[in-house]
Ligand binder design. Structure first.
Ligand code: ADP
Length: 499
């Protein structure tokens, strides 16, 4: 009996909390409802007290009326609150302060009533503050809810095990599932098998670091049975007291991915098709050059020589575009062997020194052990770094190339005293097609691919490439190659083969 009374009481408190402190509702309730409710409540409590007069009547005249005032204020606002206070004071004075059934005009009883009224006024002002605060909180929550619900991106919140706790209606637009269907399905069963391993590692990574946010591109099974490309940003908010979940923010970017793929395929095919005719034009140009030389036609020989220089630039450009296509498709093949890095640096410096009279390339070498890797590709990186050093120091000067041998790696640096790169651009120069724009940067030819290709080549061989630079103070581009790369790549091969 006692237990169920408590249960009813707590349910009542819950309802009071939910409906009374909304604030917003007070304004929409008509005047007669707000005051009528107070009158009904006052009448009900008075009858109840009269019924149980021996327990809650004479001994505690004001008991329950505090509650009436609080509820009346919550339901109807300040007006009904003050109205209930006055009526309660009068009713208590008449019915419940002994001697009962008469009004009291003595000082002691009047002070009692006055204290009750003052306490009630305090409660009214407190409940007004609570109502206003809760209305503010509710408004903010509603605003955020509306933003999430109407966002173009799909938003889902999952618990630590991956079970979906919330999904926004936009999942339908992105993946075809209704909110109800999406909440029921196991997201892991809808991920493309080829990306399962990567995503599991990615997810584990995010789960390890509270507060972290990371993005990944992967395929997901659309409700219509097709695979769609999804750009998914996952934020670990498990530690966040109001979220306690992993938030996934995703959009279907299949159209964009397909277009990009088509563009890449086109560039790949076009450059591949260009390569053959350009190579044969170069061969013919060389034959012509030899003939003109032999016939002593120096004017024509000079022109063909200039043509040959331009052809070399074109071939380098085509080579860069082809490399990018290979990198993007994960098909950049490495031909690895042991080679002497000092010898390679020497060869390339000698070759590039011949291309400039305005720059002096100074070499500082250190003899280290033979290194394992793709000599030609590392040569390509060196050529790119030294050519850039020449290109981006138009006022000429010295270019230092130095090699440092450590116990675990060899570092090669190319230092120029040219334009330098500002902080904003420094991290981005290794991105695909990134070029420093502006009056100075724009005047140098290039596609912004050399450093991107260099970065990929060095990364593939277990190394690291970076730049230290300041605008106007020259740049130092360095890369480091690990000496144990062979061992690591052999181990990797064995593990992959075993799999
Ligand atoms: P490209 O030289 O063809 O534009 P890169 O990928 O080699 O492409 O270089 C990317 C950008 O980095 C260049 O456009 C240039 O602005 C900047 N950069 C590269 N090397 C240097 C350097 N040594 N000094 C100043 N800026 C450089």
């Amino acid at each position: 009996m006692l237990k169920s009374s408590f249960k009813y009481y707590f349910s009542f408190v819950k309802i009071v909390n939910r409906y009374l402190w909304s604030g917003e509702a007070v304004k929409t309730r008509p005047f007669y409802v707000r005051y009528g409710f107070s009158i009904i409540l006052l009448a009900f409590i008075t009858l109840l007290k009269l019924q149980y007069f021996d327990y809650i009547g004479e001994k505690t005249p004001f008991l329950l009326y505090f509650g009436v005032v609080i509820i009346a204020t919550g339901f109807g606002g300040v007006g009904p609150g003050i109205f209930s206070t006055i009526i309660s004071a009068v009713v208590c004075d008449y019915f419940f302060i002994p001697p009962v059934n008469e009004f009291h005009f003595n000082k002691t009883d009047n002070v009692q009533v006055l204290v009750f009224v003052l306490e009630c006024l305090l409660l009214i002002s407190l409940s007004g503050a609570v109502t206003r605060a809760s209305a503010r909180v509710r408004k903010t929550a509603e605003r955020f809810h509306a933003l999430v619900e109407n966002s173009a991106d799909g938003i889902a919140v999952a618990d630590g095990s991956g079970k979906v706790l919330y999904a926004s209606p936009s999942v339908k637009k992105a993946l075809g599932y209704t909110v109800r269907e999406f909440r029921k399905l196991d997201p892991w069963t809808k991920i493309h098998p080829e990306e399962m391993e990567t995503i599991k590692n990615f997810y584990a990574d995010v789960m390890r670091s509270p507060g972290i946010s990371k993005s990944i591109l992967h395929r997901y099974l659309h409700k219509n049975g097709s695979w769609v490309w999804v750009e998914n940003t996952i934020t670990n908010l498990l530690d966040h007291p109001s979220v306690k979940g992993v938030v996934s923010n995703f959009k279907n970017i299949t159209e964009r991915v397909v277009l990009e793929k088509q563009k890449e395929d086109f560039v790949g095919i076009a450059t591949h098709e260009l390569k053959t005719p350009v190579t044969s034009i170069k061969a013919y140009a060389q034959i012509l050059l030899r003939r003109f030389d032999k016939d002593g036609n120096m004017d024509a020989a000079n022109m063909v020589e200039k043509m040959d220089v331009q052809l070399n630039k074109l071939i380098a450009l085509i080579g860069d575009l082809l490399d990018v296509t290979k990198i993007e498709a994960g098909r950049l093949a490495l031909h690895e062997e042991f080679y002497d890095l000092n010898e390679l640096v020497n060869e390339i410096v000698e070759e590039l020194q011949r291309t400039t009279n305005n720059h002096k390339i100074i070499l500082k070498l250190e003899q280290g052990p033979e290194i394992y890797g793709d000599k030609e590709r590392i040569g390509q990186v060196l050529t790119n770094l030294i050519s850039n050093a020449i290109k981006y120091s138009p006022a000429s000067g010295e270019i230092n190339v130095f090699l440092i041998v450590n116990t675990s790696n060899i570092t090669v640096c190319v230092q120029d005293r040219g334009l330098g790169i500002s902080k904003d651009h420094r991290e981005k120069v290794f991105e695909r097609f990134y070029r420093v724009s502006g009056p100075e940067g724009d005047s140098f030819p290039g596609l912004g691919l050399g450093l991107y290709i260099s970065y990929e080549i060095i990364k593939r061989q277990g190394g690291r490439i970076w730049v230290e630079s300041e605008k106007g103070n020259g740049s130092v581009f360095c890369f480091t190659l690990p000496l144990d790369y062979r061992m690591k790549s052999e181990n990797h091969k064995t593990i992959t083969e075993e799999k």
